[in-house]
Design a protein around this ligand. Structure first.
Ligand code: NAD
Length: 542
């Protein structure tokens, strides 16, 4: 702290732009999209002050046009990773010492750069890299990342203000030191905001970071790097590397200075990281912080009293937006027999009204491509299996085509087996499975939901009956870290619905909250005594 108790600007959620026909933002983002699409970018790694090009490159293609190449990125050698760690440790001394308000300024500036001059760039890059339609790109890459950056600054100032009481004659104070070492951030493909937030939240609290983005997101990660550089993050504070995740992780986790992991991605990868950290525990100077937000098998449960249009809309949006590739996407649905036909007819009508899956450049497309061939093939396999299985019936969609892009039709499977494989397994695509329960079996269905999946990320209950809502809220208390009443289970907003789940869905450290930032500090308590005793004898000794 310098010479004042500074108050940070009050964080407010970034307003979402409409991109309606004729709007200036629509023209700007489409112009930027074309410019990126027709260019060839060569993306280096960023290690200390250097842009590192190994010459060992990989191409980048939009999922909706996989033969079109928009650039290449350079992949790391083991030595590059060691250099990234060394640069972290060199940068750490000054970064850990700098006043918090300087760090706050950098990240507030980054937020304003995204809100202004970089908005169309980060959105267009996300449309190309992850095949998001413009609304999905705007709420993620622009608004959510801005919100993470602004709210985290506010939470940081609240954490620093949290101080212990002091009895007469002493002064207790806590300083929130960054971790002694470096943080390893591993980010998923599906949210540009998460990619930016995982390294940024640790760096904001004074840490230095090795950041490994997903191969499928490097095109939009590059825009994040440009923004962080323009905002003034010093060299070496966030080092960005790409390539073989196993080699990179083995090298990083072998370092004695590894102090924490900030991961978002699939459950099996996180479990393997946790194991590896456990195996290496004697290597480390401190106990590493392990923060991971992972998979989900998110549910929608409709009570017989629920409004059928509201349930159908929760399914159409919750299961199919961004092709079901949100960790919070609804993928198992429980409908009462009495209203199931009406709800499914409404969902089918919604799906019929979507255009065929296509490019996000055509803004009439609600559904675009899934992220890569591996994902496409996996989804196609489950759809084919459902076509064969007697306990499953595809009632909408069920077609797919990867000739030009990785396009999967929004698909609804109805199953008679509540433990059918697609009721339990995270598919991460536009495929939702519905189980129809007897209206009289409401309470039993709650138990079924609780015991069907290893995950506990998001879930939604829709009902007009307040007793039923209360029963579901209690019975499902361990089924979801984010629980929605009369809403879809997606669309958490930073500052309003801190996000994360338990069980196999993660450590539930709630991205976009003070709880998460507390994982990146190691508090030091300082007790100062004003009149220090000079005699050991207490009065009882006489
Ligand atoms: P993924 O697990 O395939 O990849 C995530 C990251 O881990 C990538 O950077 C990848 O390169 C890296 N990785 C892969 N194998 C690795 C290994 N062996 N060692 C170290 N790193 C490795 O996940 P994805 O496909 O990018 O993202 C989708 C998954 O993320 C889904 O399971 C989804 O539910 C989850 N997710 C969860 C949340 C949440 O908040 N709970 C948010 C977004 C995504």
């Amino acid at each position: 702290m310098g010479k004042g108790f500074f108050q940070v600007p009050k964080a407010i959620n970034e307003p979402i732009k409409s991109y309606a026909p004729g709007s200036p933002e629509r023209a700007l983002v489409l112009e930027q999209y074309k410019a990126y699409y027709n260019d060839q970018i060569d993306i280096p790694m960023y290690i200390g002050p250097d842009e590192v090009r190994t010459g060992n490159t990989k191409p980048m293609s939009p999922p909706h046009d996989h033969q079109h190449i928009v650039g290449t990125y350079h992949t790391a050698t083991k030595k590059n990773i060691q250099d990234a760690i060394d640069n972290c440790l060199t940068a750490r001394e000054e970064w850990a010492r700098v006043s918090w308000e300087q760090r706050a300024s950098i990240f507030l500036k980054a937020a304003d750069l995204i809100a202004g001059p970089y908005r169309s760039k980060i959105n267009a890059a996300t449309m190309i890299a992850q095949s998001k339609n413009i609304h999905q790109a705007e709420i993620d890459a622009a608004c959510e990342l801005i919100d993470f950056l602004r709210f985290n600054v506010e939470y940081m100032s609240q954490i620093y203000a949290e101080q212990p009481a002091s009895a007469a004659g002493i002064w207790n104070r806590v300083e929130y030191r960054p971790l002694e070492g470096f943080v390893y951030a591993i980010t998923p493909f599906n949210f540009t905001a998460i990619a930016g937030n995982l390294p940024a939240s640790a760096a904001l609290m004074g840490n230095v970071v090795v950041w490994k983005p997903s191969d499928s997101q490097i095109f939009s990660a590059k825009v994040i790097v440009d923004i962080f550089k323009e905002a003034g993050i010093p060299d070496g504070v966030i080092n960005v590397v790409y390539g073989d995740p196993v080699m990179i992780t083995d090298t990083v986790l072998a370092s004695p200075d590894f102090a924490g992991i900030h991961f978002t991605g699939s459950t099996h990868v996180f479990k393997s990281l946790w194991k590896q950290i456990g195996t290496n525990i004697d290597t480390y100077k401190t106990y590493p912080r392990i923060v991971g937000e992972t998979g989900g098998k998110d549910f929608i449960l409709a009570h017989p009293t629920a409004n059928t249009k509201q349930v159908a809309t929760a399914i159409s949006r919750g299961a199919f937006e961004f092709q079901g590739q949100k960790c919070s996407a609804a993928s198992r649905v429980y409908l009462p027999k009495s209203t199931s036909k009406q709800i499914l007819d409404l969902v089918k009508a919604d799906i019929d009204s979507f255009n065929k899956p296509g490019s996000p450049e055509d803004m009439s497309n609600f559904i675009t491509a899934v992220i890569h061939e591996g994902s496409f093939d996996k989804l196609a396999k489950y759809i084919d299996q459902a076509k064969k299985d007697t306990q499953a019936e595809i009632v909408a969609g069920g077609n797919y085509d990867k000739t030009k892009g990785y396009f999967i039709e929004p698909t609804v499977i109805v199953t008679t087996d509540p433990k059918y494989t697609t009721m339990e397994t995270e598919l991460f695509g536009p495929v939702v499975t519905v189980y129809i329960y007897d209206d009289a079996e409401w309470s039993k269905t709650l138990e079924l939901i609780d015991t069907t999946s290893e995950y506990a990320l998001t879930g939604a209950v829709l009902s007009k009956d307040r007793y039923a809502i209360e029963e579901a809220t209690k019975a499902l208390q361990n089924c979801a870290g984010n629980f929605y009443i009369n809403d879809k289970p997606t669309g958490a907003v930073v500052g309003q619905q801190p996000f994360g789940g338990a069980r196999a869905s993660g450590t539930n450290d709630k991205a976009g909250s003070a709880q998460n930032l507390l994982r990146w500090v190691s508090p030091r308590l300082i007790k100062e005594t004003f009149v220090t005793p000079e005699n050991y004898r207490y009065p009882f000794l006489g």
